[in-house]
Design a protein around this ligand. Sequence first.
Ligand code: NDP
Length: 407
Amino acid sequence: MIGAGGVATVAAFKIAQNADVFTEFMIASRRKTKCDKIVEDIHKAGYKLDIKTAQVDADDVEQLKTLFNDFKPELVINLALPYQDLTIMDACLACGCNYLDTANYEPKDEAHFEYSWQWAYRERFEKAGLTAILGCGFDPGVTSIYTAYAAKHHFKEIQYLDIVDCNAGDHHKAFATNFNPEINIREITQKGLYWENGKWVETEPLEIHKDLTYPEIGPRDSYLLHHEEIESLVINYPTIKRARFWMTFGQQYLKHLEVIQNIGMSRIDEVEYEAPLADGTGTAKVKIVPLQFLKAVLPNPQDLGENYEGQTSIGCRIRGIGNDGKEHTYYVYNNCSHRAAYEETGMQGVSYTTGVPAMIGAMMFCKGLWRKPGVYNVEEFDPDPFMEQLNKQGLPWHEIHDGDLEL
Ligand code: NDP
């Protein structure tokens, strides 16, 4: 596993809890001390799995190759940042390793994400006989698997798909992001995008919003965003007439986001800054990226867990033609408690809802259930064994048939 952040910590805990499937395990990241700390916490919690750790710069294919040739992993779980997806895939191809991630590639200098960069690896993975599993977190990930499950068991034709993501938690900070702030703010400040009648429709950032009611939570203002799983789902389910993604934001969060943008702190280009030298002998011109600097002063998402209350609720609201030929609606969702996630893994619910599916995807691969040469989004595999594990591994799902979808 590469990365030692919030999501990686949860995935590592879950891997240690499933030591019958995962027999040899290594955590490698930019800083080995962070990997060692995860192992220490896992062992303190009473899990016995022997876990190796290593330092690696995942931007550097040669370093990755050296590491992979040394440890010889069957599967590399990429839980670093989206910037490292391609270097890790290159190293996997060079060393004969299979691959899994939770977020699609994003170039550092352009706030833009799409699957084309990773889909371009299809033929190379096929020829090498290797499996690459893309987007195996919650969204993308579980939401795509929910859709595959609905298509397999409940619908002849899915026509309308709305993915709804609510975080109704309170971390008692004025402003913090729930996962890597740089990636999070880049995602939210982009233009909105959804699929309708065979084409993409663009909106201004956060232009479209409405109240949606979430189970055990109530109504929350939900904003239409561009989200990566829509891109593959409309290809894999061509009967879909409209597909959208909604995420809740509180007024306090949006107020801070607006100020951050207005004062230029969400910029991702380099700006020059006259910085004092550490030895006090003068100053030097340095280049900083404002959004990366902002990340350094914002609360670390990994430290939010302790006082986090409330829960997340993420699911798919689907309308289409059922197996009986009549129109039906279907809502499948999970609610996850931040406190319960923290008590089990030391991390909050957003890391938990991503790290658990990453482990289950790895389990599907290791058990031979999700193995086929090529590059695949998760909805292209059998959803049933994954859905079964969600119930066993801490993310149980619930269904509402023929309810009011509000959409
Ligand atoms: P963090 O920033 O907490 O963790 C990222 C980790 O990767 C850190 O340990 C970081 O090192 C390490 N890292 C960064 N760059 C490198 C590098 N060049 N070489 C080696 N290691 C590196 O992020 P999260 O844990 O919150 O998120 C992890 C991934 O999960 C991201 O890709 C994110 O987009 C994705 N995600 C997916 C979701 C989904 O539902 N699909 C939801 C939430 C997140 P260091 O600790 O030294 O900074």
